[in-house]
Structures are given as C-alpha cells and as structure tokens.
Design a protein around this ligand. Structure first.
Ligand SMILES: Nc1ncnc2c1ncn2[C@@H]1O[C@H](COP(=O)(O)OP(=O)(O)O)[C@@H](O)[C@H]1O
Ligand SMILES: [Mg+2]
Length: 337
C-alpha cells in the first residue's frame, strides 16, 4: 500500500432514515407503514493525501464534504469502502489514533460556553495526556500565533465569533495532531477574522508540516491556502488536482476589463467578445485565450480606452460553471416496508 497519510478507496455513505410525518395519527400509521428514505451522501470516492499537504475540499451545500470528514475522523461509519488515516481505520477509534488528529467544525464548538477557553484547554491536556511543560509551551506558542493570550481567561460566551474560532483552533491543536480536518473554519466570520484564520492555517501548515484537509465555500480561503483541490458534487469527485490547472483547463477565456473615456455602446463591444458587467463607461469582456492579445490591441486602437486590464477568470466562476455542468440528479430514494 502507499505511503499516503490519508488513503480513501471506493468510499460510500448512504444515510437511511424514516420519514417523520407530523401529527399523532400519522405516527400511529407509521408503525404499520413506514416510509424509508435513503440519501447517498458519498458515492465511490477515492483519493490519497500525502504528509504535509494542505488540500481544499470543495463543493456546494450538501455535496458530501462534512460526511466525508466525519468518516475520516471516525465519527461515522461508511456504508462501504476503505479508509486509512495515519495507518488506522478511523471508525475503530483506537486511542492511539485519536491522539493524532483533530477535527474542527466551524458550526460546532468543543469549547465550554460558560467557561474560559483555558478551562477547555486544561481538560484537553488531561484527555490527551499532554505533559505540563509541553502544554505550557504549546498554549503560549498558539496563543501568540493566534493573538489570544489576553482572552484565554474570558468566558467563551463573551468572545466574538472570530475570537472563539481562534480559541477552537488552539484547543484542537494542543496535542499537536499530525492530521487536521477543518470543516468550514471561517464560516460566518467577518473579513478580517477570516484573513487572520487563513494566515494562521497557512503558517501552521508550513511550520509544522501538519497534513490539513480544509472545506470551505469561500473561494478566497481555497485560493490563498490550497495548491491542490478535490471537488465533490452530489457525493462524487468531479476534480482532483492542482488549482492552477483547474482554472487553466476549465477556463478557455480571459477577462478584458476596460474603462472608457466616453460612452461606448454594447453592440460595438460584442465584436470583441462576450459582454459582461456592461456600463457605457466600462465593461468586462470574455475573450478567447488564443486571441486575447490581438483583441486587446484592437480594443486600444478602435475604442476610447481609458484603462485596460487583462485578468484570469476567478475560481468562483470556474467552480460555478463546473457545478452547473453536472446535471441535476435526485439522490434521495424511497422504499416502503
Ligand atoms: N444525518 C443525516 N441523515 C440523513 N441525511 C443526511 C445526514 N447528514 C447529511 N445528510 C445528507 O447528506 C448529503 C451530504 O451532506 P453533507 O455531508 O453535510 O454535505 P456538505 O458538508 O458538503 O454540505 C446531503 O444531501 C444531506 O442532506
Ligand atoms: Mg458541510
């Protein structure tokens, strides 16, 4: 088998549940006649991740990202497939495995709400059996890096969302995990806090060589942090590779962003490419990669150009195109018993 830190082969997860009908009569009826529902949240997914990689796990809501991370963390059993994280099968929950990874979920907290973060840290120290000296050093180091030293004694409920997320990260990293799963770590945060968290993740990954899998639906997170992305849609992988190549492969056009010194009609611009974001004094043109230079030259010659900028297509747009292309498909099926 390979040297990969994370090894996932033919992983599938089907949720089975009974439809809950409202009302007493419906509940009585359901004793005799239950509608069973299935959702195929993850379908035959395979990938490998090497030591020190920081991989972005992308996909729209309901794509199966959280389900996959929960299986990799041993919180959920898969329906089928093989998973090895650091050589362990996560759902066997061996203590030696538990001590080597961490899962942080942006929408869930492990910190005690009414207590200062430090209290949770101390609890984690006991759980993970971290020696006092190492604990003190790590708290100090993470505290500096995340700029939270001053708030460690403040009850968590009094902290801002951004401060809380920083403390969550610190709590998750006290035992120096080799693998870190981050599920939407920047969700709901203001722009500055998002940036702070991002900077921290980047630096931490670089310095500690911790293997990190990060899900986010903020493309900025992904663009800034990840060289490699795995894109999942409707439970299946639709792309696994470098981010640069993804943009290169899927976007066969570039953006020509032009402002004008005087009004230009839309009709006139259509000769250059696909017209976007049009105002009489500015436009964003989608022009073929193969001819963007000559088109830019032509625009400079023929149009009252004030300023012209050639830009790459944004990841957000590329991703949107990919998801639009994967056809609509129903994932929930029903059986009666
Ligand atoms: N406990 C559950 N029971 C039934 N269906 C679920 C459960 N958790 C998630 N799902 C469904 O599985 C699919 C994948 O969900 P999830 O892994 O949370 O996606 P993501 O994290 O990419 O938004 C969705 O259709 C979701 O509704
Ligand atoms: Mg999710």
């Amino acid at each position: 088998m390979s040297q990969a830190v994370i090894y996932v082969q033919h992983l599938s997860k089907r949720y089975e549940y009974y439809k809950k009908a409202p009302g007493l009569l419906a509940s009585v009826k359901s004793i005799f006649h239950r509608e069973k529902l299935f959702t195929d949240a993850v379908k035959n997914v395979s990938f490998q991740i090497d030591t020190g990689e920081l991989v972005g796990f992308l996909g729209p809501n309901g794509a199966g990202k959280t389900t996959t991370l929960k299986i990799l963390s041993g919180i959920l059993y898969p329906t089928s497939g093989e998973v090895q994280v650091l050589g362990y099968t996560p759902w066997e929950r061996k203590p030696v495995f538990q001590k080597q990874f961490s899962l942080v979920m942006g929408q869930k907290n492990q910190l005690w709400w009414d207590l200062p973060a430090m209290e949770t840290f101390i609890l984690n120290k006991e759980i993970y059996e971290i020696p006092q000296k190492l604990f003190d050093r790590t708290v100090n180091e993470l505290g500096q890096l995340l700029d939270i030293i001053d708030i460690l004694e403040v009850p968590v409920r009094k902290l801002s969302l951004g401060q809380r997320m920083k403390c969550e990260l610190a709590a998750a990293l006290l035992h120096q995990p080799k693998v870190l799963f981050l599920d939407e770590p920047t969700i709901g945060l203001d722009v500055t806090s998002q940036q702070n968290i991002r900077n921290f993740i980047k630096r931490y990954n670089k310095e500690k060589q911790t293997t990190i899998v990060l899900t986010s639906h903020y493309m900025d997170d992904i663009v800034e942090l990840c060289k490699r992305v795995i894109i999942i849609d409707l439970g299946s992988i639709v792309y696994d590779g470098s981010l640069a190549e993804l943009i290169d492969r899927h976007a066969d056009y570039k953006l020509l962003k032009i402002t004008f010194t005087e009004d230009v009609s839309k009709e006139r611009l259509q000769a250059f490419g696909k017209v976007n974001d049009y105002t009489p004094k500015s436009v964003v043109l989608h022009v073929p990669k193969t001819s963007y230079k000559s088109l830019a030259t032509k625009a400079l010659k023929d149009l009252p150009v004030d300023d012209i900028l050639i830009d790459e297509v944004e990841l957000e747009e590329v991703i949107r195109d990919i998801f639009a292309a994967t056809k609509e498909e129903k994932r929930t099926s029903i059986s009666y018993e």
